[in-house]
Ligand binder design. Sequence first.
Ligand SMILES: [Zn+2]
Length: 187
Amino acid sequence: MPAGTDIIYRVNAADEISFTNRQYDEFARDNDGEKALSTAVLHCSLWSFITEPTTQNLYREVLRRVRDGRSIQFTFRCDSPACRRLMEMIVVSTDAEGVEFRTRALLEESRHPQTVLQHHARSSGEFLRMCAWCNAMNADGDWVEVEEAALRLRLFEYSCLPTVTHGICDACFTKMKRTLSEPPNTA
Ligand SMILES: [Zn+2]
């Protein structure tokens, strides 16, 4: 994809969101609705959006490394109910202790819509854990693709679906730790 389609946001030295580009708003409108638009997130702390403790610790480490002068690059999944999306993120430092997050889609493919990923008004009161990095879901202890999880957990038989909560799976945690511990000149 051309660089002009990159989704960009920046935080200042206090980790507050200080800039978002047009592509950020277009992506937010299509995927997360009004609550994610720049008007709602600008000047807010990054940590009010990344609240899950393990993920927050990883992101804090990313910011620390970037402010130390290296860039961090990793891929992650950002699926929607009807689309699998592989994204790449590059995190670099800007002036005055700021940090820029630059995201682009590497791959997109459509699929049969996964109802568990749709926002549903009625919830069963149960929770399903999803890895925020590879979008795998935890089905009885195994991290599997959402299609597989729906089969294993018999989600088709539910009239009310569980609520999806975000975390990180063991494989992604290990991979991120490895990325963060690479020496600066290989980044
Ligand atoms: Zn994962």
